[in-house]
Write a protein that binds this ligand. Structure first.
Ligand SMILES: [Zn+2]
Length: 443
């Protein structure tokens, strides 16, 4: 077996163990159970000589950090940051056991296979290979396997940033998500930034009454339904970012369609012509408001006096919290009197520069596998742990290298979706690329 084959085999084995650990984060503090995968990693690193540090800010919510000391304390440090938690599954929506880690036709199935356990496993494998091999990097290499990315990272990178920055601080960072092919050339999507996020809850007041006589009632659930519909139909002002412009160019579309996708007045009508990319195209150019938790009522014969609507709001670059609240008032229109907007959580979009040594190392690794390819910097519409580094001015990229068949639409649909899986070919490409990047950057 070649060295590369061994790295791929190890990544596949470790990935399957991580999937079977089922570290499902449902947003409650006692979910996740990332300690199970921390134990798996402790076993994986046993005998490597690496010092491992485990933190556990809440029972079961553990993260593991390993560091390889470089030979030159002035050389830049690289951190590989992979999360261990996964999102819940839709019961009954899967073709196979979501925690079975079955291998079928060269693909590994399971929740987290793509988001992002294959990357976390690949980071661990590359780290162990360097720790146990003859090569000595000049800069430090940090491997961080972290909890709670799927629910805001308060038991993971946020906690580490606030309490144990010494463990995870670095000069450059790799994390999720990237690697899908864009356009015919192809270009490899690499996340260089991500949209911001605002937390808002709408509270709707009605008047309680007997459910047997609803005529004329001010039912909070009915008002909330109207509010949800208005929010779903609302179109926030379009913003054509430089990232979106570059993305459209990379697609090499028919020029008329490309022009419409770059025109704030015509883009909404062009979205449906993009197939599986439509949702990404919309989110890349609009601040989005998704009403994701709706609650009302306590008893079947009581008209509800209160309803709440929890919103997932993803904010384009250069917008402020006041813009978000203005959009909400605009969307609610004359319902604003019945609806109170609660919450003020706001984190602006983040972005890293691309003229950095790490980005150049990524480009080299990509061209080693695909000589005709290059990187495409992408603004991610979801969140990742990269934001905690970017906010502090540290370049952080979502990087991977996938097989040719991974177009960006397919890639995004499997994130948090049913039948999540990754092919072994992509794992081989990614682990080889990471090995190249780490050695090139730390040399
Ligand atoms: Zn993820």
């Amino acid at each position: 077996m070649s060295g590369q084959e061994a790295l791929t085999r190890q990544t596949v084995d470790l990935l399957r163990d991580l999937i079977r650990n089922a570290c499902v984060n449902d947003g409650t503090p006692d979910s996740g159970g990332e300690i199970r995968s921390v134990r798996t990693l402790e076993g994986f690193f046993a005998g490597s000589g690496l010092d491992l540090e485990v933190v556990e800010p809440h029972p079961g919510r553990a993260s593991l950090i390993a560091r390889i000391r470089g030979t030159d304390s002035t050389a830049p440090t690289l951190a590989l940051v992979g999360h261990l938690d996964v999102v819940p599954v839709d019961d009954g929506g899967w073709t196979r056991d979501p925690f079975g880690a079955e291998i079928v036709d060269g693909e590994i199935w399971g929740r987290g296979a793509l988001d992002m356990l294959y990357l976390t496993a690949a980071y661990a494998v590359v780290t162990r290979a360097i720790a146990t091999g003859p090569y000595r990097p000049r800069g430090d290499l940090i491997f961080a396997a972290v909890a709670d990315e799927e629910d805001g990272s308060r038991f993971g990178v946020e906690w580490l940033t606030e309490n144990r920055l010494d463990l995870i601080d670095a000069d450059a960072v790799l994390t999720e998500s990237g690697g899908a092919m864009v356009g015919p050339r192809p270009l490899i999507s690499t996340a260089v930034g991500e949209k911001g996020i605002a937390g808002r809850r709408l509270s709707v007041r009605g008047t309680p009454g007997h459910g047997s006589a609803p005529w004329g009632a001010r039912n909070a659930a009915v008002i909330a339904a109207d509010a949800v519909t208005r929010l779903a139909r609302y179109r926030a002002p379009v913003q054509i970012t430089a990232d979106w412009r570059r993305y459209v160019q990379a697609l090499e579309l028919d020029p008329t369609l490309a022009a419409r996708l770059l025109d704030p007045h015509r883009i909404d009508d062009a979205l449906n012509e993009l197939g599986s990319l439509a949702g990404f195209a919309h989110a890349s150019t609009h601040t989005t408001i998704s009403p994701n938790i709706v609650r009302a009522g306590v008893k079947d014969n009581v008209i509800p006096a209160l309803a709440t609507i929890t919103l997932d709001i993803r904010v384009l670059p250069d917008l402020a919290a006041t813009d978000v609240d203005a959009y909400l008032r605009d969307a609610l229109g004359d319902l604003a009197d019945d609806v109170t907007i609660e919450g003020d959580d706001f984190a602006a979009a983040t972005r890293s520069a691309v003229d950095t040594p790490l980005f150049r190392s990524l480009g080299k690794a990509v061209r080693r596998a695909y000589p005709d390819a290059d990187l495409l910097p992408v603004l991610s519409v979801g969140g990742s742990d990269a934001r905690f580094y970017r906010r502090r001015g540290i370049p952080a990229y979502g990087f991977a290298l996938l097989s040719r068949h991974w177009d960006y639409g397919t890639f995004r649909q499997l994130f948090h979706g049913n039948d999540e899986r990754i092919d072994i070919g992509s794992i081989a490409l990614t682990v080889a690329a990471l090995d190249t990047v780490v050695r090139d950057f730390l040399d």
